[in-house]
Write a new protein. Structure first.
Length: 307
């Protein structure tokens, strides 16, 4: 396949390198010329445990120079999705698989407005990445990636993307419907990202603290209640147990929203706890903890002049 990865941050770098390693003609696209220049000069450098690998993947700021691709995978921050979709239009033809593996819930709706739903694949990944320096990314967390049709995409399109992920050595599965899987990840993020960001705690510390352990659990249970109101069969205690097991295993890993705080960068609270709050309001579910986290993070953003 010819694959374009839009967004050259940590996750875009990891997946771009893996697609290329799997034998696919891959290009990474970003608006940041210095970062693009770094990738073209030094390759994509990924640090996993004690090993560092360098993968040569062409990068560009000009989608038109790439032309139509078989798949375009979005890894931009949620608040850039609409502009990224317009930016990526030269890549997308009638047979192109358009995919979002971004955080939260809402990016698929934005991409569907630009490209329609019949070629749109959405999903979640339990891989994690951290930018160590421009062009060099840590890949501390390795886990499955699950993809499925946003609405009308064919099962063949979904499987093509999943196979491209497997070709690069990533664990990948398909699901139809995929929305329960996205909500499972959303519940994890809603419970752990703002709690980590507002306290400065890494993953291991978050679950080791009795007080924070309970706050994470109760925030997750709220979000599960919303998911169940939407018709998704998700078990609250399974999610809580999974979250704390994951946090313990992740140890010193910093959550993405904590990284946003430390970089004084706008967060993705709108598509994480914000998505929980919006869905809760539509279905009459009380979510005071999730609502408080939205207010707290938005308050922090306001003091930083962000948003």
């Amino acid at each position: 396949m010819k694959i374009a990865v839009v967004g050259a941050g940590a996750m875009g770098a990891i997946f771009g390198a893996r697609f290329a390693q799997g034998g696919h003609e891959t290009v990474v696209i970003d608006i940041a010329q210095p970062l693009v220049d770094t990738y073209n000069r030094d390759g994509i450098r990924i640090v996993r445990a004690e090993k560092e690998t360098t993968t040569r993947v062409p990068a560009t700021t000009d989608p038109a120079s790439v032309g139509l691709v078989d798949a375009v995978v979005f890894f931009t921050k949620c608040y850039h999705t609409a502009s990224a979709a317009q930016f990526a239009r030269p890549l997308v033809g009638p047979d192109t698989v358009v995919a979002s593996l971004q955080n939260g819930w809402g990016n698929g709706d934005v991409l569907a407005e630009s490209f329609g739903s019949d070629q749109l694949v959405v999903g979640v990944t339990y891989n994690s990445g951290t930018v160590l320096e421009p062009g060099r990314v840590a890949h501390p967390g390795v886990g499955p990636t699950i993809v499925g049709p946003f609405a009308d995409a064919s099962s063949a399109a979904v499987e093509r993307l999943a196979q491209a992920l497997r070709d690069g050595g990533l664990e990948a599965a398909t699901a139809d419907p995929v929305r329960p899987e996205i909500w499972k990840k959303l519940i994890l993020n809603a419970a752990t990202l703002p709690t980590a960001a507002l306290t400065g705690m890494n993953a291991g510390a978050l679950t080791a603290s009795p007080e924070m352990h309970e706050l994470v659990s109760e925030t997750a249970r709220e979000a599960v209640g919303v998911a169940r109101a939407l018709g998704h069969d998700i078990d609250a205690e399974e999610r809580v147990d999974y979250i704390h097991t994951l946090l313990e295993r992740a140890g010193p890993t910093k959550a993405s929203m904590l990284q946003d705080f430390e970089a004084q960068r706008r967060t993705e609270i709108d598509v994480i706890n914000g998505a929980v709050v919006r869905a809760a309001a539509e279905h009459g579910v009380e979510v005071p903890l999730n609502r408080a986290f939205v207010a707290l993070v938005k308050g922090w953003e306001a003091t930083q002049g962000l948003g």
